[in-house]
Design a protein around this ligand. Sequence first.
Ligand SMILES: C[S@@+](CC[C@H](N)C(=O)[O-])C[C@H]1O[C@@H](n2cnc3c(N)ncnc32)[C@H](O)[C@@H]1O
Length: 198
Amino acid sequence: MSTRSKQIANHGVVGASSGYGSIRQKEDFYSTGDGAIERLEEVYTLPKKVWECACGNGALSEQLEKNGHTVYSTELYKRGYGKQGVDFFKQKKMPTGYDCIVTNPPFNQAVDFVLHSLDLVSKKKGIVAMFLKLAFLESQSRYDKLFYDNPPTYLFPFVTRINCYNNDNRKLGGSIMPFAWYVWDNSVKSDAPQIYWI
Ligand SMILES: C[S@@+](CC[C@H](N)C(=O)[O-])C[C@H]1O[C@@H](n2cnc3c(N)ncnc32)[C@H](O)[C@@H]1O
């Protein structure tokens, strides 16, 4: 077994559930609940300038700003926040002065969001931080398409859960599923993820 496979086996399989319910919100809009950035930055400091490339109505962007970041917020659909009508996949370079992408991507396109982000940031010191289900670690297709060649540098599972709100409807209650931050930090040399609970 390779080092990487061993590492994945050791930290292994985490619970998979479908806490989003049976019908996913059209266009995959789930706003990120409070505390997601604060908890991450208790242990891992993001660069000052970050691009939130699927910002929805700004839930994560506002958390980032509250934590002192300068945030470039873009979104494909009209959700009343940031620069709208911007398809992330059509972006061919990072905004000037930025080398970090932070988002909670649409889950049904999450692998492509990570891959495109890794293409855009610098290979030497770029950072990609994605808020994703723990179950994103699983599956042959994700392993083949993403993790085999691009294991995250860090995995930050939440000790207590952070909610996600369907269509930002906070009255409906949040999702019941576990999330984690997956961080690719090109300034760090590693071939296996380090795990820190937050
Ligand atoms: C899971 S929601 C998260 C919203 C926000 N990042 C947050 O954390 O609250 C994913 C967002 O991605 C947007 N989206 C979907 N496809 C996109 C694309 N190709 N480019 C930019 N945004 C996109 C959706 O409209 C939705 O607002």
